[in-house]
Design a protein around this ligand. Structure first.
Ligand code: SAM
Length: 205
């Protein structure tokens, strides 16, 4: 993936994004993901690549201290609109270079972002860096299966899908890279489209 292209493509996505990714199966997947997430009152929560804020309706924003970053002004504008009067700190920032000190957040949430940034491994390292020890990283994203080979059709359409701003050929196990030693995997379950999309919960050691 390419950062400059992401800016262009997410400018185009911004007005219509929610029609695809905040409704129907994606809405149900998000509901299911958050139904088992237990935030504590006052938790500091960071959304990385918040997009239009499609996750906001599934969390108790008023009980939390929420920060949301994205690389695209246009997506952030949509998220601000969606937040209405809710207190959320919105910042334009690169997921691969988070401008926060180490150990800053109780929860770091990365929905559909590791498959979008140019370097998913680096973005995950940053998420691990800024989450507190014993804090959680919640990932909702699409990855290739852990075992077996990727479907040939997906291999063929991968370059076209990348032009739309996302990659359908990434392995989470590879993205884990050096982060592997710094986290425990608390949950890794298929959540949508036969397990293509997964809910992954990591806890920092
Ligand atoms: C597929 S959308 C996901 C949005 C949202 N998290 C969701 O679940 O619907 C990917 C988002 O990542 C943002 N993005 C792309 N590259 C980024 C980067 N390097 N740093 C931060 N955000 C980035 C895009 O602007 C877009 O809003």
């Amino acid at each position: 993936m390419n950062s400059k292209w992401n800016k262009v493509i997410y400018k185009l996505w911004a007005p219509i994004y929610d029609l695809f990714f905040a409704k129907g199966p994606f809405k149900r997947a998000r509901e299911s993901i958050y139904s088992s997430v237990r935030f504590a009152e006052g938790d500091r929560v960071l959304f990385v690549g918040v997009g239009t804020g499609a996750d906001f309706m599934h969390i108790p924003v008023s009980e939390l201290t929420v920060t949301a970053i994205d690389y695209s002004k246009d997506m952030l504008a949509k998220a601000k609109e969606k937040a209405g009067g809710q207190l959320i700190d919105f910042l334009e920032m690169d997921a691969q270079q988070l401008d926060f000190p180490n150990d800053s957040f109780d929860w770091v949430i990365g929905s559909l972002i590791l498959s979008v940034v140019p370097d998913g491994e680096k973005a995950l390292e940053e998420m691990v860096r800024v989450v507190k020890t014993e804090g959680h990283i919640l990932i909702f994203d699409k990855f290739v299966p852990k075992e077996g080979s990727q479907n040939i059709f997906k291999k063929l359409i991968r370059p076209v899908v990348r032009l739309l701003g996302t990659d359908i050929g990434l392995s989470f196990e590879k993205i884990m890279g050096v982060s592997r030693n710094r986290v425990r995997i608390k949950e890794d379950s298929g959540i949508l489209f036969n397990g293509m999309y997964r809910k992954i919960v990591l806890q920092k050691k």
